[in-house]
Ligand binder design. Structure first.
Ligand SMILES: Cc1cc2nc3c(=O)[nH]c(=O)nc-3n(C[C@H](O)[C@H](O)[C@H](O)COP(=O)(O)OP(=O)(O)OC[C@H]3O[C@@H](n4cnc5c(N)ncnc54)[C@H](O)[C@@H]3O)c2cc1C
Length: 411
């Protein structure tokens, strides 16, 4: 067994949450190690396309944002965590901008699906009562993780790629994290640990024999490691289906068609071309409506026999598509389908772990000195997350976890 140097803070996972925590801890003066299963780039966060919520609209406020979150969660979210999420959203956006993220801006008032308050191009996402979704084209997660990673790499923090967490145990100075590495097992000691290893939907989809939008590293073992060490969880059974998985062509199966397609005018239609639900309802409601429509015989079948309904993307204006959906258009057109000229097949697909480790407002789990942020944590979304609030959670609670862990780990 190798025992490497000890650190003030060990961060596990290099998605948006882990990177935000690592940057915040390092900036707070801690000696930080960022450990991750494969490469620093490999994560769900980088795949996020649609955007990130923050109340910048003139008709909006953090309180209205919080009401939307609570309603979409069916009042199951933790109100204090929601208050922190929405009240710190604008400052989290400014922080990301300082680190180099350039959110799409629009000088003039919007037309179809967006407004342009504060200069940002703001879309309305499912379950929201206001236009609140900031975007970086349709590669928002890529832009956010790149800026955070560049910032971390420019600092004094240590990177530990190819380190897969296998166990966590209390030690004299904090916690010992045991990893599998290419060179064999290695123990690393930290004054505090931040768990930011994401959810489990890739593994869960494999078990269920279903499609998933997730990165193969989303396997969930770190949640089990934390519970084995005594951490409490909540809502772990509540998994989210993205209403709009790509169903055809085969190269697009499991692709998450951005919810911004619907924000910019796309609607769901059944086999008879009828709109059968509010296409901008909360995710669980839209997914359920699609499943029922198919079960009751009003769906369509993909050329390879999968159940589906239509997403009418022909209603999106070419101008909105060029600014906010260029990646989605490129992918479909490369597969021989033009979403602006024809309807596309869609069906719900396993996407997100709503629940997770119980955390305090400083993102501390029920284990002293062990923090959690991002998809691995529970409470912020209750049992049904709104689109655009996960990247936000990573930024807000990643920063909170990093700062609090630095304080604890350097003490
Ligand atoms: C296709 C797609 C589109 C999405 N679009 C949006 C969107 O538009 N807006 C939005 O807000 N959210 C969106 N989401 C959700 C959001 O991106 C994720 O929930 C969020 O980014 C999770 O961030 P994270 O840092 O918690 O986890 P991840 O980004 O999943 O990172 C987890 C990290 O932990 C590492 N890891 C896992 N296990 C271990 C281990 N045992 N040891 C060490 N490291 C480990 C992984 O390799 C990875 O680096 C989308 C998700 C997907 C999949």
């Amino acid at each position: 067994m190798r025992r490497s140097a000890s650190f003030d803070v060990i961060v596990v996972g290099s998605g948006a949450a882990g990177l935000a925590a690592a940057v915040a801890a390092e900036r707070a003066g801690a000696r930080v190690a960022l450990a991750t299963k494969t490469t620093l780039q490999a994560c769900n966060s980088a795949k996020a396309q649609g955007g990130i919520q923050a109340a910048f609209g003139e008709d909006d406020s953090p309180e209205i944002h919080a009401e939307d979150v609570m309603r979409s969660s069916h009042e199951t979210a933790n109100p204090r965590l929601v208050e922190l999420l929405t009240s710190e959203a604008p400052s989290a956006i400014r922080w990301l901008e300082e680190l180099g993220v350039e959110f799409t801006r629009q000088g003039s008032a919007g037309s179809n699906g967006h407004s342009s308050a504060g200069g940002y191009r703001l879309a309305r996402c499912g379950g929201a009562t206001r236009h609140r979704l900031l975007q970086v084209g349709d590669r928002t997660g890529h832009a956010i993780t790149k800026a955070l990673r560049d910032t971390y790499e420019a600092g004094a923090g240590v990177e530990l790629p190819q380190h897969t967490l296998r166990a966590l145990a209390p030690s004299e100075h904090g916690w010992v994290a045991s990893f599998d590495t290419k060179e064999g097992p290695a123990d690393v000691e930290g004054g505090a640990v931040v768990l930011a290893a994401g959810g489990r939907c890739f593994a869960e989809a494999e078990t269920r024999g279903e499609l998933s939008t997730n990165h193969p590293n989303a396997t969930g073992e770190v949640t089990r490691i934390a519970t084995d060490a005594g951490a409490e969880t909540r809502d772990l059974d509540a998994l989210q289906y993205h209403p709009n998985g790509g169903a055809w062509p085969s190269t697009m199966q499991g692709y998450s068609i951005p919810e911004t397609t619907r924000a910019y005018g796309a609607v769901l239609r059944n086999a008879d071309g009828e709109e059968f639900t509010d296409s901008l309802g909360p995710r669980d409601a839209v997914s359920a409506a699609i499943v029922v429509e198919v079960e009751q015989g009003r769906g369509v079948e993909t050329p390879d026999g999968r159940p589906a309904v239509w997403l009418d993307t022909t209603r999106i204006s070419p101008e909105d598509a060029a600014i906010s959906l260029p990646y989605m258009l490129r992918r479909y057109r490369a597969a021989g389908i033009d979403p602006l000229a024809e309807l596309i097949y869609t069906y719900p697909v396993l996407h997100y772990q709503n629940g997770g480790l119980v955390i305090s407002e400083h993102a501390e789990t029920t284990l002293e000195g062990v923090f959690a942020c991002g998809e691995i944590a529970g409470g912020t979304h209750g049992r049904n997350r709104m689109m655009g609030n996960s990247l936000l959670e990573c930024a807000v609670f990643g920063r909170r976890a990093g700062k609090a862990a630095a304080e604890k780990g350097s003490a």
